[in-house]
Design a protein around this ligand. Structure first.
Ligand code: ZN
Length: 294
């Protein structure tokens, strides 16, 4: 998809199945199941959408999925299904792991950052050997000092190799990554969570600020995983305003055409791309047309 001067490709590290109650927190199953059907084990399909971004001569990956370090038991527990690996999808676009300049992690939970590192000859090493890994400093600190609640998802093998190889870039707040690509702090899910703005506002990769589209449509539908649920709601209030505001190009030159920003939902299987619209008194994410994926 083209977003102003930025080109982006939706990549997939596969689909897992995860407890639906976790994704909807306080919301009763009677309500959320109307939106996303659960299986007999109460699990819903969760996409592991990642992004390749080409901007200003830089090749950027946003989030890295689970990668290849899951044990057979882990794969089985998550019911991970993959059509192809991120490497295969990059190869299809003519890129090798060493061609990637920057990896941006929205945060360091295992479903977003386990693909940061790979097991090679018995050692954990950065998966993208030439890349600099951009993470909010606050997220890095929290991941390296997990508590009882966060320990299961902040895994040392996804973190330490980055520090050992000197490939980390720790961010303090919002920052430009490349022309037209910007990291913006969107805390709530974790205190150091960030989203990625593409094409100077034409597109938003939301990460877990709204993992699936319905979480943006309904501001109080906050996952049980969020560490600061009221902050998640405040973050979503801002994102909803941004998502409803048509993007006019700077000097009329950019290609927003007065449309709302294109939203990219990292965990949504049905609606990975869409635009937020008012539907009477409620909000609705309209899926993007197939040609917008290209
Ligand atoms: Zn996640």
């Amino acid at each position: 998809m083209r977003l102003g001067d930025v080109e982006a490709f939706l990549l997939s590290d596969g689909v897992i199945r995860y407890d639906g109650g976790g994704f909807f927190g306080l919301v009763p199953k009677l309500l959320w199941e109307k939106e996303i059907k659960a299986d007999e084990l109460n699990r819903i399909p969760i996409a592991l959408n990642c992004l390749l971004v080409l901007a200003g001569g830089k090749r950027i990956i946003v989030d890295t999925g689970y990668g290849d370090k899951l044990s057979p038991k882990g794969r089985h527990l998550l019911s991970l299904e993959r059509q192809s690996t991120l490497f295969e999808q990059l190869a299809h676009l003519g890129l090798r792991p060493e061609d990637i300049d920057i990896v941006v992690n929205t945060h360091l939970h295992a479903d977003h950052a386990a693909g940061n590192t790979a097991l090679v000859d018995g050692r954990f090493v950065p998966t993208f050997p030439r890349a600099e890994y951009w993470v909010q400093e606050k997220e890095w600190e929290d991941a390296n000092h997990p508590n009882e609640r966060t320990r299961a998802t902040y895994l040392v093998e996804n973190l330490r190799p980055l520090a050992q190889h000197g490939v980390l870039r720790l961010l303090r707040g919002d920052i430009d990554v490349a022309p037209g690509v910007r990291c913006v702090v969107t805390s709530g899910h974790t205190p150091g969570h960030q989203s990625v703005v593409l094409g100077d506002g034409l597109g938003w990769f939301l990460g877990d600020a709204a993992s699936v589209a319905v979480q943006l449509e309904r501001i109080v539908w906050v996952p049980a995983y969020d560490l600061a649920p009221m902050e998640s709601i405040e973050t979503k209030r801002k994102l909803i305003q941004i998502a409803l505001t048509p993007v006019e190009g700077a000097g009329g030159q950019r290609t927003g055409d007065g449309r709302q920003p294109l939203l990219i939902f990292e965990h949504d299987v049905e609606r990975p791309l869409g635009r937020l619209c008012r539907d009477g008194t409620s909000l609705r994410v309209e899926p993007a047309a197939p040609e917008e994926y290209v």
